[in-house]
Design a protein around this ligand. Structure first.
Ligand SMILES: [Zn+2]
Length: 392
């Protein structure tokens, strides 16, 4: 822009001098206009995009495009997810499988490293890798995780734990005590309290300053700045089976606490049981879990809209079921689904983004790219961090 202005002005001046009939006053006017129109390029530095103070990363586990569109069709009002105007697609493959599992996908999101299926917060060589949540914490931001599943499940775990297997929830629970996370809410009480090694990690959490709550009622009243909400022994039930508004309410609670940190926050929210319903080929909870996740999206987008400094990114870790919509009706709010497989599939999954920095999330890219996009959004890339080598 500035160089174009310079060239344009030079040409104008040459013409003016060639004609020799223009007064000095006019030349001066052109010069003044040139000076006004030219402004130096802003030098980029720390937190260039500092308007992104908070990031809320929302993962619908197994939520492919057909699942989203089914929920849109069945709903009698537009989904909240439709409020996002930046849309992308991401490739979910892991380092050893074309079809990823949740742990490898979440590790890619959290750390920027493709890893083997089964790994949690480790690269494909078995080396622990630092997560965006851990980096946010090191930089003074508040951090949180919310899930309808156990907090030790693969998706939340990949943001705070470093284990070679997602099937070690008791080990992952111990990792919560090593991580300096402000708020975590989900199921998984038994992995802290009723352990095979007889350790009582509930007491350990309290010793580290956490208020531990085991019901939504108590949790919603808590004003503690460190909150561990373990509201089910393992996973919460489907909303159709009585979970209520746990996910949207927990999302708001986490935001209320984390937003007290003036430096900002990183929050991951997972609708963990969309995947389970698809695994079971059980359509009513598949739709309802997606609508429940969308309710949480609505609460987050409302906060982001009011706040103005919050980037919201919504995606899935992978598709589950290979779901095809084989019939239905828009006015009838009906969709007929064919769910041919019980497992995950390799298809790309959609990304929806809202708020400052959202435009980075358009296009087609690997699931590893979320990590760098988050760092750039926070403006961490210029800080003298361990970022050249995000591994430990
Ligand atoms: Zn998953």
């Amino acid at each position: 822009m500035p160089s174009n202005s310079v060239n344009f002005t030079k040409i104008q001046i040459k013409i003016v001098l060639g004609v020799k009939k223009i007064s000095i006053m006019l030349l001066s006017a052109i010069f003044i206009a040139f000076m006004i129109s030219w402004s130096p390029v802003k030098k980029s530095g720390h937190r260039e995009i500092a308007e992104v103070r908070n990031i809320v990363f929302m993962i619908g586990d197994g939520m492919g495009l057909a699942t989203v569109y089914t929920a849109m069709t069945v709903s009698h009002h537009p989904l909240n997810i439709e409020r996002c105007n930046i849309i992308g697609l991401q490739k979910t493959f892991s380092s050893d499988h074309y079809i990823t599992d949740s742990g490898a996908a979440a590790t890619a999101f959290a750390s920027g490293h493709k890893t083997n299926n089964g790994a949690i917060g480790m690269d494909s060589q078995g080396k622990p890798v630092k997560s965006i949540l851990e980096i946010a914490k090191e930089n003074g931001l508040a951090t949180g995780l919310v899930s309808t599943s156990a907090v030790t499940d693969a998706t939340p775990a990949a943001f705070i734990a470093h284990e070679s297997s997602k099937n070690s929830p008791e080990d992952i629970a111990r990792d919560f005590l090593k991580a300096d996370i402000d708020v975590f809410i989900g199921g998984g009480y038994d992995y802290f309290a009723n352990r095979t090694d007889k350790l009582n990690l509930i007491d350990s959490l309290k010793a580290r300053g956490y208020k531990v709550e085991t019901s939504m009622n108590a949790l919603s009243k808590s004003s503690s700045l460190k909150l561990a909400g373990l509201i089910a022994p393992v996973n919460t039930p489907f909303r159709l089976d009585g979970r209520g508004d746990m996910l949207p309410a927990s999302s708001l609670k986490a935001i209320e606490i984390l937003n007290k940190n003036p430096k900002g926050f990183f929050l991951m929210i997972e609708g963990g049981e969309i995947d389970w319903a698809a695994h079971k080929k059980d359509v009513p909870p598949l739709i309802d879990e997606t609508l429940d996740f969308d309710d949480a999206v609505g609460k987050v987008l409302d906060f982001a809209k009011n706040d103005g400094h919050t980037l919201v990114v919504i995606t899935a870790d992978h598709e589950t079921g290979g779901i095809a919509i084989t019939g239905g009706s828009i006015p009838g709010h009906r969709a007929i689904l064919n769910i041919p497989v019980k497992g995950h599939t390799a298809v790309m999954v959609p990304v929806f983004a809202y708020g400052p920095g959202a435009d980075k999330f358009g296009g087609i890219y690997d699931n590893t790219e979320f990590f760098q996009k988050f760092l750039t959004s926070y403006g961490f890339e210029d800080l003298n961090l361990v970022l050249a080598n995000p591994s430990y």
